[in-house]
Design a protein around this ligand. Structure first.
Ligand SMILES: Nc1ncnc2c1ncn2[C@@H]1O[C@H](COP(=O)(O)OP(=O)(O)OP(=O)(O)O)[C@@H](O)[C@H]1O
Ligand SMILES: [Mg+2]
Length: 302
């Protein structure tokens, strides 16, 4: 599959994967593909950052390789490790067989057979489908030394394994990095990338997303759900609901055969949209009704 030739083609390709993408995001995706630059996406939780890498890989028919970041992630978990237990077994077996060719054994032990490929190495190996999509997810969870290491890996897309040699990607992978901004990612890394802040979608776009992800929901209910969630996001909450929550909530309401929102229904299903007790508490009493009334008012034609 060829890379999309323009911004519209990007929107169309992602749309075909059920990913609803606004013009600004489509533009930066197009440029990242065209210029071969990593794309750095920041934004609140559940706004579709991870999903875009999945949609892109599916749309381009490329492999998706995911490096999930976490505190303490180090190069060996990100690039490669030697399969130590398998090496031990091979040594024992060679000993038992009375093998004496130490050099051959050593070469075998440090060959590809005993190499455990981790995401960064996998992303650099040739793929018949073309360069894969490498998703480096939730980068803000790692620490700075790893970030520095990553910076280097992203600059030349090659890995040196002392026992084997240097492995270099024939073509650089398509790299998407995401962050929830629990900490600021270093400037040096950001400078390498194109940057986009993924915001909550506006009303019409969120309705469109709901159509794509929960097509069973009727038009009126979808619009009420989105209006309510959007209104809820303007409230002072510890954790605002993302698009993921909107979709989840719609599915819950469908499972309960709800046709229209009511304060009671909202109270019963609030766990699908708010995940903190303090926030849930704020929807008690007349609050759900007040927000629902505001949401309904916003739906009325001006
Ligand atoms: N623009 C969109 N089009 C279609 N689906 C979307 C869109 N945005 C979000 N979604 C849906 O919302 C869900 C959550 O998205 P995703 O996991 O990508 O969020 P995220 O930004 O990576 O969140 P987190 O920061 O929590 O990892 C996805 O399963 C996807 O179905
Ligand atoms: Mg994510």
């Amino acid at each position: 599959m060829d890379l999309p030739q323009n911004i519209d083609a990007v929107q169309e390709m992602l749309g075909a994967q059920g990913y609803v993408c606004d013009r600004a995001l489509a533009t930066v995706v197009f440029l990242a593909l065209k210029l071969g630059r990593p794309l750095f996406l920041e934004g609140e939780a559940g706004v579709g950052k991870t999903e875009i890498a999945k949609a892109l890989a599916a749309g381009l028919n490329r492999r998706l390789i995911r490096l999930q970041c976490y505190e303490g992630l180090d190069a060996s978990s990100a690039v490669y490790e030697w399969n130590f237990p398998a090496q031990m077994v091979a040594i024992r077996t060679a000993e038992a067989a009375g093998g004496s060719d130490r050099k051959a054994l050593q070469e075998e032990l440090f060959s590809g057979d005993y190499l455990i490929r981790r995401p960064l190495l996998e992303a650099m190996e040739p793929d018949p489908l073309g360069p894969p999509v490498l998703l480096i997810d939730e980068l803000d969870r790692t620490d700075e030394p790893f970030e520095a290491f990553l910076l280097e890996a992203l600059s030349d897309f090659q890995v040196t394994i002392p026992e084997i040699g240097t492995i270099k990607a024939p073509e650089p992978p398509i790299v998407i990095l995401t962050s929830n901004r629990t900490r600021e990612v270093h400037d040096a890394l950001k400078r390498r990338c194109l940057y986009h802040w993924v915001d909550y979608p506006d009303f019409e776009r969120e309705v469109e997303i709901l159509h794509a992800r929960a097509p069973e929901a009727a038009e009126t209910l979808s619009r009420e759900i989105v209006a309510f969630v959007q209104q809820l996001r303007t409230e002072d909450l510890f954790k605002k609901p993302g698009v993921a929550e909107t979709i989840d909530w719609a599915k819950c309401l469908l499972a309960l055969d709800v046709i229209n929102l009511s304060p009671e229904v909202i109270g019963d299903t609030v766990g699908a949209i708010l995940k903190y007790q303090d926030d849930i508490q704020k929807l008690q009493g007349s609050e759900a009704k007040r927000i629902l009334d505001q949401a309904r008012a916003s739906l009325e034609p001006a």
